[in-house]
Design a protein around this ligand. Structure first.
Ligand SMILES: CC(=O)SCCNC(=O)CCNC(=O)[C@H](O)C(C)(C)COP(=O)(O)OP(=O)(O)OC[C@H]1O[C@@H](n2cnc3c(N)ncnc32)[C@H](O)[C@@H]1OP(=O)(O)O
Ligand SMILES: O=C([O-])CC(=O)C(=O)O
Length: 376
């Protein structure tokens, strides 16, 4: 795989520091977490194993994994005060705003300290972010105070789906959710991770760094693209309608959500994985058009613009096939990416210099004071 020739605005192509966590767009490998290829991780690992890899530095032994899973289970309960805060948030709030608030409230209740160190705060957030968003969602939408602790499901992937639906998900759904969390866990110096690192570089606390990351991920040019892609394809009932709709959008020079990437040039290696799972789900649920619509979008975008699906595009149909409401798509990204963000915060802290670039000044020349009554 070739890396993109990068230049110009948006700090594109400029190295902003070093990382041992992830390589993106390197020849042949495509995407690795601490040297492990994403395809292999998505195929063989559990999300908990990948979280451990990112947060603790290496893949766990069986004993370490058992202990880590037990730790995450023990960290699931939400503080009562946090539940009360979540209950105050209206139904029509965006779940990403709920997560931002939830993370921030937890930082007030359980601030990072020598007794609650960065590793513990990171694990606590991994264990509770899914619960925060779903506690609010189920309370505000269904009037149910969902049990966020004992769904009887050990894996975070299964726990998320069980809290959402109250019924046990299928094995395939748990498998796909697990792979999805792995695909979304980490991606070098993307915008939200960079936000978290900038925050960390001022010696701020972990909750502030993660809250900032959630805010940056929310935008449609970043994590919010999975939701925006679903909104785009939703009205199309056939592949031909999708093609006609896309052609109109391209003619109008619209940005097509779920396509293109700041670093990859030819393909996003995560797309092959999630696309395959979307196909399996499509077959399982007896879908007659959404997968075909998605595939046609992929073909048209490549034919017309040489733009490829990024990680977000086929996540939209995969999540839809699992019955997940569209506005919960990006929050799932948060549940995964919190591992990458926290690992980057720790890495930044271990070798820190405050991140403070310069700007090229383009404003007016030095200007004298004009008294308020003299201004036109
Ligand atoms: C998990 C993730 O966060 S992945 C990213 C998710 N975001 C999206 O899917 C949003 C849609 N995609 C985009 O907006 C962009 O591709 C980004 C934000 C991901 C990357 O932006 P950039 O690095 O600036 O894009 P890039 O330099 O490749 O753009 C090259 C050209 O292709 C165009 N282009 C890039 N992506 C798209 C798109 N999705 N739809 C239409 N045109 C596009 C650009 O407008 C640009 O055109 P120009 O040269 O006429 O100005
Ligand atoms: O790397 C990026 O710019 C965006 C991305 O794919 C991610 O954060 O997963």
């Amino acid at each position: 795989m070739m890396t993109k020739v990068l230049s110009g605005a948006g700090l594109r192509g400029q190295s902003a520091g070093q990382t041992a966590l992830c390589s993106v767009g390197k020849a042949a490998a495509g995407l690795t977490y601490r040297g492990y290829d994403i395809d292999v991780l998505a195929d063989k690992a559990s999300f908990e194993e990948v979280a451990y890899l990112l947060l603790y530095g290496d893949l766990p032994t069986r004993q370490q994994l058992t202990q880590y899973e037990a730790k995450l289970l023990s960290l699931r309960p939400l503080p009562e005060t946090l539940k009360q805060a979540l209950e105050l948030i209206p139904k029509d709030a965006h779940p990403m705003d709920v997560m931002r608030t939830g993370c921030s409230v937890l930082g007030n209740l359980e601030p990072e300290s020598p007794l609650n160190d960065q590793q513990d705060v990171a694990d606590r957030l991994v264990a509770t972010l899914p619960a925060m968003v779903l506690y609010w969602y189920r309370f505000s939408h269904d009037g149910v105070r969902v049990d966020t602790t004992n769904t009887g499901v050990a894996s975070l992937a299964g726990h998320f789906l069980t809290m959402l639906k109250d019924t046990a998900p299928s094995d395939l759904e748990v498998q796909v959710m697990n792979a999805s969390l792995i695909l979304y866990a980490e991606h070098e110096f993307n915008a939200s991770t960079f936000t978290a690192r900038v925050c960390a570089s001022t010696l701020s606390d972990m909750h502030s760094c993660i809250t900032g990351g959630i805010g940056s991920l929310r935008g449609h040019l970043h994590g919010g693209a999975n939701e925006a892609a679903m909104d785009m394809i939703e009205p199309w009932q056939t592949a031909d309608q999708a093609e006609a709709g896309l052609m109109t959008k391209l003619l109008n020079k619209e940005t097509i959500m779920g396509f293109g990437h700041a670093i990859y040039r030819e393909r996003d290696p995560r797309n092959d994985v999630i696309k395959q799972w979307a196909k399996k789900l499509s077959d399982e649920v007896g879908d007659t058009y959404l997968y075909a619509v998605s595939e046609r979008c992929e073909d048209v975008m490549w034919r017309e613009k040489k733009l490829f699906c990024n990680a977000d595009f086929f996540h939209a149909s995969a999540y839809r096939f699992m019955g997940i409401p569209t506005k919960l798509f990006t929050p799932i990204f948060v549940c995964a990416r919190v591992t990458g963000w926290a690992a980057h915060v720790m890495e930044q802290r271990a070798n820190n210099r405050i991140i403070r670039p310069s700007a090229d000044y383009i404003g007016p020349d030095h200007t004298g004071w004009i008294d308020i009554d003299q201004r036109s």
